[in-house]
Design a protein around this ligand. Structure first.
Ligand SMILES: [Zn+2]
Ligand SMILES: [Zn+2]
Length: 187
């Protein structure tokens, strides 16, 4: 699977920064530091928070956030505990730094032909084992559904349900990689 969480960071109306999180990643402020400081400086820059992708058995890929105790941040309007699990569409605000970070997911194709790793697994709707090379739909959570041959094909279990029976994410038929969501108004 080629699903990767991306952080879309916007600071004070400045340029947008897109940060893929494929491995444990520290979010550090580098651009826009106070100007006019003597150079060189040897100032340790503590990260705002640390992010790590994790595979959950029943929910698939999610993102674990660990924050510094002194760093105030807001997640979807609520204060963030020291440890939090993020999903696509979550919004993090760092009020002290005029920084907003949106969480989105870059997905590989969801409509594919069953690889040897997928063959033999059961469709989460009809419980039929998937045959190698057969068309399948694969959800972010890892669940497979008897698939359509392409995105316009209305046959197969993937066409019968608007949401994944296992994790309730919307069934999104695509044969190419792309973002599952992009924040409104962000270029
Ligand atoms: Zn099925
Ligand atoms: Zn799912």
């Amino acid at each position: 699977m080629s699903d990767i969480y991306h952080m879309i960071a916007l600071r004070g109306g400045g340029p947008v920064s897109v940060i893929p999180v494929e491995a444990p990643t520290a979010l550090v402020l580098t651009a826009g530091e106070p100007a006019g400081q003597p150079w060189p400086q040897f100032v340790p820059t503590p990260p705002l928070c640390v992010l790590q992708p994790i595979q959950r058995k029943d929910r698939g890929l999610s993102l674990l956030l660990a924050r510094r105790r002194i760093e105030r941040m807001v997640l979807n309007g609520d204060p963030v505990p020291l440890l939090a699990e993020l999903q696509e569409r979550d919004e993090l605000v760092f009020p002290r730094h005029d920084l907003v970070v949106h969480v989105t997911l870059f997905r590989g194709a969801s409509v594919l032909s069953a690889s040897p790793a997928v063959a033999g697994r059961k469709c989460v709707l009809c419980r039929t084992p998937v045959v190698a090379e057969a068309p399948v739909y694969q959800c972010v959570c890892g669940a497979v559904l008897c698939g359509p041959a392409d995105t316009t094909d209305a046959t197969g279990c993937a066409a019968l349900t608007p949401d994944c029976p296992r994790c309730n994410r919307p069934v999104n038929l695509t044969t190419e990689g792309g973002y599952t969501w992009w924040p409104e108004g962000v270029e």
